[in-house]
Structures are given as structure tokens and as C-alpha cells.
Design a protein around this ligand. Structure first.
Ligand code: GDD
Ligand code: MN
Length: 360
């Protein structure tokens, strides 16, 4: 399965090396090329190669994206063992037999051509590309044990994706399958990732942001409650900064009474929290005005709980632990941190089960 966009100069060598590698290992391979109407004529060239090799070409109307190309390739392929690779010769076709063997012997149902497994490498990568790649890999750490989940070179048994709903927005279809696919074990085969032979990479800067978004969505898929709680507290943290900034500005710049300033700061920060949580944390589509009132109500209750917790910690817990008045201000901060933590859990649970209940 090879997605292509402007890869004409690489195709002949690629197809002939795949053919050699597979024939040498007695693998009956069909090469599926999914081309997005490449302006350089990759599609027609692929058809041409079909006269000599077992090549099937899927033509799409325009550049519709890598992930959907791979998914269409899966549908077009007739085999039961699927291999995906780039067209630019950065993935060595000679590794295909080893990957396919692992699938067919059922040692694994998903096999990744890995730059970061023992024996794997990248060729001539500048330091910044190495760092970006490492950071991206780190972000996916909690999603899979595979050391190179970003690899665009992988093999799988068709049953791994049978009936699995794959999200095509991400560039990283391999990672998507690793997280959502149905398999008992995933293996890695070390590869040396070569520089692309000809042409330019189709990866732009926006791909990094899309990748972060993709990872967040996969964490949500894997650990929905934890992912939402992390997002909720992250927004809450920003909300706290907004709250303090407004409080300070209102009192110092506009000489407002501190209580009115506090009310204003609370409402603005909480509205901000509501918008982000509705749109991002809970991805909710419920009735806005009802949810907004519920959210405010939860926050007000949270605020009162905060005061009760704080009072209990300062007046009951601290004396019981023998913490004296002289160190009170330090412990006041500690007490408030504990109180905020407890309230964040209360707010989160209340908003999950009540405010945004029908969506989660
Ligand atoms: N049909 C189709 N449509 N093919 C596409 C499209 C598209 O919109 N965009 C890219 N491709 C094809 C390219 O022609 C190439 O064969 C393959 O997909 C990968 O694109 P590259 O432009 O070579 O990507 P890269 O080298 O920057 O990234 C590769 O390496 C990364 C690891 O560092 C990909 O394999 C990534 O998936 C991988 O994470
Ligand atoms: Mn490439």
C-alpha cells in the first residue's frame, strides 16, 4: 500500500525493489498505489508500471490527505496481510519479507518498521529533525509501547482494523491503528530510515499541531476520564491566572471595591472556563444557556466548598498536627493548594455527570 503525491521519479525503483524483495521471499504481493491526481503524472506512470508488475492504481480526484489514502488502499487491496510504506524510498522494501513473516507466523498482528528499535537508525538527519521526532515520540509514550509509533512503514493483519472506526484527520494512521486496532501483540523490525530520494516532503508546520491534537484525541479514546480531567485542570489553571489579573487590574487601575472586583473576576474567568470546557474538554453540543447556568452553579458551590475546606484545614487540621500560628502564612498557601485540588475534583465530577452529562 503506497500513498503517493508527486512521487514520479521514485516509483520505478520502488516498485522494482518491492518486487525483487517479495519474489526473493516467495511472497505473492500486490502493489496498491493510491494517487491523489499528482500534478507530476505519478498516476499515469503507476498505470504504466502495471504492465510489467502486479500494480493496482487507485486514482483520487485531488490531494485528500495521507490517512484517507491509506484507508482507501486497505479497501482496494485484496490480500489479508497489509503493508504500508512511503513512496520516497526512505523505507527499505527489503524489510518487507521479515515484517510479513512475523504476521503470517502470528508472532504479531501488527509490525512496525522502526527507527528507534535496537539496530534501527536514521540517515543524515539534522539535529532539529531528530529532536522534533524524539519529542513527538515522547508525546505518544502513554498510548503504545512501540518505540517508533510515528513510523509510516508498518504491516498488519486485516482483522486488526476490521470494524474499527479510524479517524482520518491525523497524519499518523499507524499510531491510530496501534491505539485502536484489535491485536494481541505488536512487534518492531529495525530499519534504517533513508533520506527521501527525490522530491519534497509533504509535511508542513501545521502537521505538528494536527499531530498534538491527534495525540490528545487518542488519549481521550484510551483513557477518557483522565484525559478530560487533565484538560479540565489545565483550563482551570489558565482561568485562575485570568481571575487574578482581572482582580488586580480592577482594584489597582480602576479602584473598584475588592469584593466587586472579585465578583467580576470570578464571572469572567468562569465564563472563559465554560467556553473552553464545553468546546474542548467535553466536546459538547448541548443547550448552551442551560449548560452555562449549570456550570456557574457548580463553580459557586465549588467556591463555597473551597472556603469550607480551607477553614477545616487551617482551624482543625493544622492545630491537630501541631502547626503553630507563626508559620501560618506558609501553610495557608499549602492549605489553599490542597483545597483547590479537592474542589477541582468536585467541579470536574459535577460538570461531567451533570452539566455535560448527555455528551460524555
Ligand atoms: N495519496 C496521497 N495523498 N499521498 C500522500 C499525501 C496525500 O495527501 N501526502 C503525502 N503522501 C504520500 C507521499 O507521496 C509519500 O509517499 C508518503 O505519503 C509520505 O509523505 P512524505 O512527504 O514523504 O512524508 P514524510 O517523509 O515527511 O513523513 C514520513 O515519515 C514520517 C516519520 O518521520 C511519513 O511516513 C510519516 O507518516 C512518518 O511519520
Ligand atoms: Mn518521506
Amino acid at each position: 500500500m503506497i500513498p503517493t503525491y508527486n512521487e514520479k521519479p521514485n516509483l520505478q525503483e520502488l516498485v522494482s525493489r518491492i518486487d525483487d524483495a517479495c519474489k526473493g521471499a516467495s511472497i505473492d504481493a500486490e502493489i496498491v498505489i493510491v494517487d491523489d491526481n499528482s500534478p507530476d503524472g505519478t498516476g499515469a506512470h503507476a498505470e504504466e508500471l502495471g504492465k510489467e508488475y502486479n500494480v493496482k492504481v487507485v486514482h483520487r480526484s485531488g490531494k485528500l490527505g495521507l490517512s484517507t489514502a491509506v484507508m482507501e488502499g486497505f479497501e482496494a487491496a485484496s490480500g489479508d496481510t497489509l503493508v504500508v510504506m512511503d513512496a520516497d524510498l526512505s523505507h527499505p522494501p527489503e524489510k518487507i519479507p521479515e515484517m510479513v513473516r512475523k504476521i503470517e507466523s502470528d508472532e504479531a498482528q501488527m509490525v512496525v518498521g522502526s527507527r528507534y528499535a535496537k539496530g534501527g537508525a536514521v540517515e543524515n538527519w539534522p539535529i532539529h529533525r531528530r529532536i522534533i521526532s524524539k519529542c513527538a515520540t515522547l508525546l505518544a509514550r502513554g498510548l503504545t509501547k512501540v518505540k517508533d509509533p510515528m513510523s509510516g512503514f508498518f504491516a498488519l493483519r486485516r482483522s486488526v482494523i476490521d470494524g474499527v472506526e479510524l479517524n482520518p484527520i491525523g497524519y499518523k494512521i499507524g499510531l491510530e491503528i496501534l491505539v485502536k486496532g484489535k491485536y494481541d501483540s505488536a512487534a518492531e523490525v529495525p530499519i534504517t530510515f533513508a533520506d527521501r530520494k527525490a522530491g519534497k516532503s509533504k509535511l508542513g508546520a501545521s502537521v505538528y499541531l494536527k499531530y498534538i491534537d491527534h495525540c490528545i484525541r487518542l488519549y481521550e479514546h484510551k483513557k477518557p476520564w483522565l484525559a478530560r480531567y487533565v484538560k479540565f485542570t489545565f483550563i482551570g489553571g489558565i482561568g485562575t491566572v485570568i481571575n487574578l489579573a482581572i482582580l488586580w487590574t480592577a482594584v489597582e487601575v480602576f479602584f473598584a471595591h475588592y469584593l466587586w472586583a472579585a465578583v467580576l473576576a470570578f464571572v469572567v474567568a468562569d465564563t472563559n472556563n465554560f467556553i473552553w470546557n464545553r468546546w474542548w474538554t467535553f466536546r459538547s453540543k448541548g443547550k448552551v444557556h442551560i449548560q452555562y447556568s449549570q456550570f456557574l452553579l457548580v463553580s459557586i458551590n465549588g467556591l463555597m466548598l473551597n472556603l469550607i475546606f480551607l477553614k477545616t484545614i487551617v482551624e482543625d487540621l493544622m492545630p491537630a498536627l501541631g502547626i503553630g500560628e507563626d508559620r501560618a502564612s506558609v501553610f495557608l498557601v499549602v492549605a489553599q493548594v490542597i483545597a483547590i485540588f479537592l474542589v477541582s475534583i468536585f467541579n470536574f465530577i459535577a460538570n461531567s455527570l451533570w452539566t455535560f452529562s448527555d455528551d460524555t
